[in-house]
Design a protein around this ligand. Sequence first.
Ligand SMILES: Cc1ncc(COP(=O)(O)O)c(C=O)c1O
Length: 343
Amino acid sequence: MAADIAGCRYAVATSSGTTGLHTALMTCGVGRDDLVIIPSFTFIATANAVSHCGATPWLLDIETESWTLSARQLKNELNDKTEIRNGRLIHKESGRKVATIMPVYTLGNIPDMDMIMAIAKEYSLPVIADAAAALGAKYNGKKVGEPADCTVFSFNGNKTVTSGGGGAIVTDNEEIAKKAKHISTTARISPEYDFDMVGYNYRMTNIQAAVGCAQLERVEEFVNKKRHVRETYNRLLSDLDGIEFFPEPKNTSSSCWFSGIVIKDGGLEKLRSMCKELKEKGIEARTFWKPIHLQEPYKHAIYADTLEVTDNIWDKILTLPCSTGITDDEIETVADTLRELLR
Ligand SMILES: Cc1ncc(COP(=O)(O)O)c(C=O)c1O
């Protein structure tokens, strides 16, 4: 069912989005000391999945219009900083092999995948999309699983479609699908307890799968509701100065995972105090992803020349209540309270 919704031939269910990403990276052969290109503006799980392979993230910037991986910077970085040695694509300064590109479909926005796939082809790199929250999104009318070689979703409790916890890898590539299934189910090759490699118990449980299947039947309804919530906030708050709205790139019909606003002169202190004031009024607002290059475990990752867009945006984002169960009246209350606060 997940494969069909994503526009792919195969799906492999996993215990989480993170284990799905780890599995997908392993199926593409990512190993110790390799580099995997990811945007710095993402949830830590994207980088952690890379680390779980013994590899290191190469952190790139995002585009302002989508908050997703900058295809232009990807091209420049690969052009300036890599060379072929012994038939392998090597990052010149670190001497490490570049193994995969992993764009993130931030909030359900899809980056310029036409350009990213063309660059990947030029450098013979596989592309694994971290589409954790992007089920139901579309790219140039195509389904979300179509652009990349392999696409990974999360069904964690905070996602639009949830099985309590879980994930899925979707792909059109039979070999990747078979490998993913094998690696994530202990690499067993016979009923007599024979195994051909060190595998993982990354299965989704049957109970989670049952919940997930029932939820998947409602994906369109849930995504429509998410869009409605986003549009309602945007309409109600459109006259406020000093704020901007979450971007939706031209080519994407976003799954609008979260709704919220960008406080132009934000900064963490300001956002924290807004969250506190909103909480006192019974409204839960939150800050959003702190980029990977500012996280302790990734101080020694490889960085692009500039991460300017990421640095400029991450501490200005305030997410607002946006569950699929929220009512229009509740959205109006949040908007009114925010209006008071920003005045
Ligand atoms: C971009 C991104 N990648 C990966 C994950 C990890 O998914 P999970 O929590 O199912 O492991 C998340 C979860 O929020 C995410 O937002």
